[in-house]
Ligand binder design. Structure first.
Ligand SMILES: Nc1ncnc2c1ncn2[C@@H]1O[C@H](COP(=O)(O)OP(=O)(O)OP(=O)(O)O)[C@@H](O)[C@H]1O
Ligand SMILES: [Mg+2]
Length: 232
């Protein structure tokens, strides 16, 4: 049984539908990527999984529970962590206080803040700094670290490499892989960087106009598909 399964999920903004009968399934321990051009509905899909967009029809099952009508804060406690596009750390709070926010959704209150320094040693040197003073890449790492502190079963990441310098993109890729391998956390990542997605994920979902139009192993993500659905 998949850890996360969306069945015929339809989502609208007002009267305008933006997701149409979306079906995706992700197994425990997998890294999956969600691909597609600007405006196809990738963010809306992640937001509907965490409950920030209401599902008009269809079902979302997480860890054998139906969650489509469960409020967002409870979904976080079920073990779903959402790292939004643009990171959304609190700029005027210190790095440490930003990290502490991650503990509020922690199911078992087990994680200690120290644990994330294994994955993000950089943060330890900046604990007292205001989050907003970190570089874009460091803010992204802070956002992922905060998500990790909620002790998730799955992390949903929305374009974690957007606008970030290449060396940090590589670090983020390596760290996500370690988080997956060492902590067994399942990952669903929205990405525009196709090479990043191919290297990191085992499985892909391709979206166009609010629908899943192709899916498979990333090893099968050939140039024809990329050209058809991603190239401008
Ligand atoms: N709050 C909103 N109200 C109305 N329409 C919205 C809202 N947010 C997004 N949309 C529309 O819904 C569609 C899907 O948007 P979404 O942000 O999910 O796309 P995306 O694939 O994440 O795009 P990008 O790659 O630019 O991040 C777009 O047509 C967008 O204009
Ligand atoms: Mg988006």
């Amino acid at each position: 049984m998949p850890l996360l399964e969306l069945s015929d999920v339809t989502v609208s903004y007002g009267l305008t539908p933006v997701l149409f009968n979306v079906n995706i399934a992700i197994n425990k321990g997998e890294i999956a990527c969600l691909l597609g051009r600007n405006g196809v509905g990738k963010t809306t899909l992640l937001r509907s999984v965490i409950g920030l967009n209401k599902v008009v029809s269809g079902n979302i099952v997480f860890d054998a529970d139906e969650i489509a009508k469960v409020p967002t804060y409870k979904r976080a406690r079920y073990g779903i962590s959402y790292i939004p596009q643009g990171r959304e750390i609190i700029p005027y709070l210190s790095v440490l206080d930003n990290l502490k926010l991650g503990l509020t959704a922690n199911r078992q209150k087990s994680n200690r803040i120290d644990e994330v320094f294994e994955f993000f040693p950089m943060l330890k040197q900046h604990l007292k700094r205001q989050g907003g003073l970190l570089s874009g890449g460091q803010q992204q790492q802070l956002a992922i670290a905060r998500g990790l502190l909620s002790n998730p079963q799955i992390m949903l990441l929305d374009e974690p490499t957007e606008g970030i310098q290449p060396s940090i993109v590589q670090e983020i890729e390596a760290t996500l892989r370690r988080i997956n391998e060492e902590k067994g956390i399942t990952v669903l990542v929205v990405e525009q960087k196709i090479d990043f997605a191919r290297r990191l994920a085992q499985k892909f979902f391709m979206m166009e106009k609010g629908a899943i139009v192709a899916q498979g192993r990333t090893s099968e993500l050939n140039d024809a598909l990329v050209h058809k659905y991603l190239a401008v």
